[in-house]
Design a binder for this molecule. Sequence first.
Ligand SMILES: Cc1cc2nc3c(=O)[nH]c(=O)nc-3n(C[C@H](O)[C@H](O)[C@H](O)COP(=O)(O)OP(=O)(O)OC[C@H]3O[C@@H](n4cnc5c(N)ncnc54)[C@H](O)[C@@H]3O)c2cc1C
Length: 402
Amino acid sequence: MSERTQVAIVGAGPAGLLLGALLHRHGLESVILEARSREYIEARIRAGVLEQGTVDVLREVGVGERMDREGLVHSGIYLRFDGSSHHIPMSELTGGRSVMIYGQTEIVKDLVAHRLQTGMPLRFECHAVTVDRLSSDQPVVRYSQGGTDHELECNIIAGCDGFHGVCRGAIPADVLHVWEREYPFAWLGILADVGPSTDELIYAQHEQGFALHSMRSLKVSRLYIQVEPDDDIANWSDQRVWDQLHARLASEGWELNEGPVLEKSITPMRSFVAEPMRYGSLFLAGDAAHIVPPTGAKGLNLAVADVTMLGEGLVEYFGSGSDAGLQEYSDRCLRRVWRAQHFSWFMTTMLHTNPRDDDYGRRLQRSQLDYVCSSQAAAASLAENYVGLPLTRASATALGNG
Ligand SMILES: Cc1cc2nc3c(=O)[nH]c(=O)nc-3n(C[C@H](O)[C@H](O)[C@H](O)COP(=O)(O)OP(=O)(O)OC[C@H]3O[C@@H](n4cnc5c(N)ncnc54)[C@H](O)[C@@H]3O)c2cc1C
């Protein structure tokens, strides 16, 4: 079976689905191919903190309505250590910018519904996906679905197939450069059927390990604790997780509400960047090109930033024939990616208990925490990175980040 489109999008995570919506908004054709089922991708529990720029893009493509109704706008975070809480007033420090708490799962549901409503192709359970003829302007994606082999010809392939996808591997090894760092810890996360015990997220540094009190709505809490990288989820009964959360988040006069655990999993922590993000007619976006440890809440937001820039370049290319936006795509994304890499590493090292650290390292960590909680300049830098640097070409350039 053979077919043709302008942009073949591999992967229906937030990056692929949003790119499809951005292209459709400008009258461009795309076909999205996803390895998993609709039920699977709509149930995957992942990120939940949206930068202002991410919120703006979701509204712009017409999928912001439920987010605006159900999402929670947060204007600050708490850093907690030695049993004391310190508020970082992000909006005050960034000229009014804020973040939105709204689950990635909900964004995926909204984007899938929007795609199906537009009638544009979104194919689930596509197997044996390969990308070919990348050095030409007639690349092809081959895949099999329901026992039939398919060939999708296109002008551009968007590799939005996540860290374990096939697109990055199609770039020749002598072209692709990879930077990677593994951390000596992982996050155990639970989704709990109980209202949050806090109005804004609490990031806690504790000698037994990091803990985070996040949330997904006014009725559902998301909580994390630092565990060993090779720990087994079977070692962690719900009660053991709650006991650790009580210990690490403890603060005088503050209570943590417990509730039934709806989901429990362990995520390894890794930093990873692949360069360049473009090879011929293949463009990588999102986790296919980079991974950050989740402490800075940047993974999903970077994926959105990538496809926003790719969407701009493609609209220009198919509209006026200019490939200027596509030419600068990789460099422009990577400047933002490396900023987010640094911020995620900074938050991770400031807040986790590193078993390899010596006393000197622990004193440096404490000094950094004291500094961001006592200096307006240090807090403003954290806040500016947390709410996210602007996405647009003009304002990003003004910040030296575009
Ligand atoms: C368990 C977990 C927890 C996370 N928690 C956080 C968090 O708290 N905060 C945060 O900011 N970030 C978090 N992240 C990161 C964030 O979720 C990702 O950065 C985000 O999902 C990136 O979106 P994406 O579309 O690039 O990739 P993905 O969401 O991974 O989507 C890629 C899609 O491609 C599909 N695919 C893969 N291979 C193929 C193929 N060969 N053919 C077709 N389709 C394919 C996959 O099934 C998937 O649907 C978490 C990630 C994980 C794994």
